[in-house]
Each structure stands twice: as C-alpha cells, then as structure tokens.
Design a protein around this ligand. Structure first.
Ligand code: NAD
Length: 375
C-alpha cells in the first residue's frame, strides 16, 4: 500500500502567520499516520512556516519534503491548514483538516462537499468532552488571544499595571475589567493578575463567573439577569431590552476602570455591544479598551475597528483586536499543531480516515464526507 501523503499548506489569508504543523510535531504525526506500517510522506509548501519562525530547513531536517504549492496540491492525500484552503486547490478524494466551518455557516463546506473533498474542522471539536480537550483549537487559540490582549493593553496603557512603591512615590495598581469570562477572558484575567493589576470580571453565565472567581478575579454579578446560559453551555443572545439594561448597568462600572478587555461572543450571532459610545467617552483619559469581539459585524465596544487602534478626543484608546493568535504565530502554531496531531491520532487508522459515526468526536468534526454536508 502506498504511504499516506500529508501536505502542510502555506496560509494565504491576509495577515495569517500561523502554520498547521510545526517541525517538532513531525515525528508525532509520523506515528499516527503510518499506513500499513509505512510512515507517511510529509510535504511542506515552501515558506509555510516562515512567518511562524520555522524555516524550510527546519522542516527538511525533521524529515519533510519542501515543495511548491502545485506539487503539494497534486500529491497530498491529507491537507493540513489553519484557515480555509481555496477550493480550487483541492480535489476529489482529498481530506482537508483546518478551522473550516467558522462560527456562522456559509457556503464553504458545501463547496467542498460538491468537490468530493472530506472536510475535518477543528472548530467543530466537542468542547466539553474531556478526551477532546487536546484537540480543541478554539480553546488553544482563544488562550493566546486572551493573553495577547492584556499585553497589548499594558503596552498602550501609560501607567503601571502593578502597585509599585519607589523612592519617587507609590503607583497604584491598574484596575482591569474583563467582560466575558470564557476561554479568552480567563486567560486575560490570569495574565492581568500576573502583571499585578486588580482584576474584575463580568459574564452573563453563572458558570463563567465561578471560573473567573477561581482564577482570582473579583466577580461582578449582573443585577439585571442571573444566568443566560444557552445551547451547548455557551451564552444565549440577550433580548434587545435585556442587553440595553445590562449595558446601562455596566457603564457605571466600566468608567471606574483603567483597562477593559472585552471578549463576549454568542455563537452564530453578532457580538453584544457591552460598552456604548457615551461610556467610552466618559472614561478617564489614558484608559484603554481592547475589543476581542471586534469584527465585520461589530464588537463589544463602540468605536472599535478590527485591526485598528482609535484614540478618542478625550484620550481613551480603543484597540480593535484582529487575529491575535496570528500576532503570536509561534506559540499559536505550536498549540494548533498539537491539536491537529491529537485529532488525527483519533481519526486515522492504518493511514486512513476511519470514520465512526457513533463516536462523538468523529461525528462532530467531519463536516462533509462523500458529498454529504454533515454539520
Ligand atoms: P465565547 O467566545 O462564545 O464567549 C466568551 C464569553 O462571553 C462567554 O463566557 C460568554 O458567556 C460571554 N458572553 C456572551 N454574551 C455576553 C453578554 N451579553 N454579556 C457578557 N458576557 C457575555 O465562549 P468560549 O470562551 O469560546 O467558550 C465558552 C463555552 O465553551 C463555555 O460553555 C465553556 O464551558 C465551554 N468550553 C468548555 C471547555 C471544556 O469543558 N473543556 C473548553 C472550552 C470551552
């Protein structure tokens, strides 16, 4: 039996610097992808890892063949990506692994189904299943984003995060408010605390508030609603009236903080507006807001623009976070690569995708197979 040929593509999306497999994981991939005992052939598109600080020589030294895009497209049975490879690069019978589905379904997966490509999407890993945690790329990447958001905020904030006692006087610690205590929010809380800030957290899910308290944040309980947990353990979308009341209640808290890190999302919905324009403008000069939810549909913070930093007339900095994991491409790629290899270890048997619809992980991540869109 011919060995399985695995291809690692160079990402093409603007600003995307991550790579799906790092050289250090080649040996692990070889173990899980052997076909009939034969080790896989691993092809890496030239410069696929360059922006994540892995040069072609590092892949070659780890045993991969560095090839052109055309050669990879022609030879790979299994394509590894971070984002979505262009459909015209894929062909019938290939399996493509990446973050393919996205939070709001569009036509991409259906296009792959039409091509007869099998799509395995890491953003469909069942997140509450403990045996799937090592495959959970949404979590690994949100962790990077939460950390990076605090570093960006600290960099833009022109005072100290920790309390500092010096001969020249005492600096009081920064007061940081984290809105949304999911994976990114918890990473932000931990990072801000390690920098010495006083950290408060706010979330509409009671479970998230408990987790925030357990990592050392002082929790703000919304007075307007006790718990808004919805499907799959995520937050449900608040009604317009509920959100208006929550935003109004939050405003008095927001203006008393130096730094706000906003991470609130509702799967498949536009992000809730948690800090309105009036509140941004009422903050003290020098305050910093980082909006991780900032995107084409809006964000948690009025005035935030994705990938842009806006400074208001009153000196408040609003950072619209774009692809933060990509801005820490080395760490984000290392974690993502581990997620990919763990998932392949679960899906592959004897170098083939051994699809088992009775297995929760298989049933969730295989987005299309044999022309049928499954999720
Ligand atoms: P997310 O990105 O969808 O949202 C971030 C946070 O924003 C969430 O905590 C959410 O409750 C909060 N939020 C949403 N609307 C809000 C609003 N109007 N006001 C204030 N806060 C609001 O969430 P996520 O970080 O991707 O994941 C959270 C979910 O995933 C939880 O159910 C969590 O338990 C689950 N999860 C579980 C595991 C595990 O069990 N191993 C791992 C990862 C995630």
């Amino acid at each position: 039996m011919a060995p399985l040929t695995v291809g690692v593509v160079r990402e093409r999306a603007a600003g995307e610097r991550r790579v799906a497999l790092v050289p250090g994981d080649l040996a692990r991939l070889t173990r899980v992808a052997a076909r009939g005992g034969a080790p896989p052939v691993v092809l890496v598109e030239a410069d696929a890892g360059r922006a994540a600080r892995h040069d072609n020589a590092a892949y070659a030294a780890a045993g991969a063949d560095v090839v052109t895009a055309d050669e990879l497209d022609a030879r790979a049975d299994l394509v590894l990506a971070v984002g979505r490879p262009a459909p015209h690069r894929l062909r019938t019978g290939q399996v493509v692994v990446g973050m393919l589905a996205g939070r709001s379904g569009d036509g991409y997966v259906a296009d792959l189904a039409g091509l007869g490509v099998t799509a395995v999407s890491l953003d469909l890993v069942p997140r509450t299943l403990s045996r799937a945690q090592e495959m959970d790329a949404l979590t690994s990447q949100a962790t990077v984003a939460g950390y990076r958001a605090v570093i960006l905020a600290a960099n833009a904030f022109e005072r100290y995060f920790p309390m500092l006692v010096t001969a020249a006087g005492t600096a009081k610690p920064a007061e940081v408010l984290v809105l949304g205590a999911g994976v990114a929010g918890l990473a932000a809380i931990g990072t801000a605390r390690r920098l010495g800030a006083v950290v408060r957290a706010y979330d509409v899910r009671a479970a998230a508030r408990e987790e925030a308290a357990s990592v050392g944040a002082e929790v703000i309980v919304p007075g307007v609603l006790a718990d808004a947990t919805g499907a799959g353990g995520y937050a449900r979308e608040l009604t317009a009236d509920e959100q208006r009341a929550a935003t109004a209640e939050l405003a008095a808290r927001v203006v008393r903080h130096d730094v706000v890190i906003a991470t609130a999302q509702v799967p498949g919905r536009r992000p809730p507006l948690l800090v309105d324009e009036e509140t941004v403008k009422a903050m003290a000069p020098g305050s910093v807001l980082v909006d991780l939810a900032s995107g084409p549909l809006g964000g948690n913070v009025a005035l935030s623009v994705p990938d842009r930093t806006v400074v208001t007339d009153n000196g408040v900095t609003v950072i619209g976070a774009g692809n933060l994991p990509s801005s820490m491409a080395a760490a984000a790629s290392a974690a993502y690569s581990r997620n990919v290899v763990a998932l392949l270890g679960h899906l592959l048997r004897d170098g083939e995708l051994a699809f088992d619809p009775t297995d929760e992980i298989h049933a969730s991540v295989v987005a299309t197979r044999n022309g049928e869109v499954r999720s």
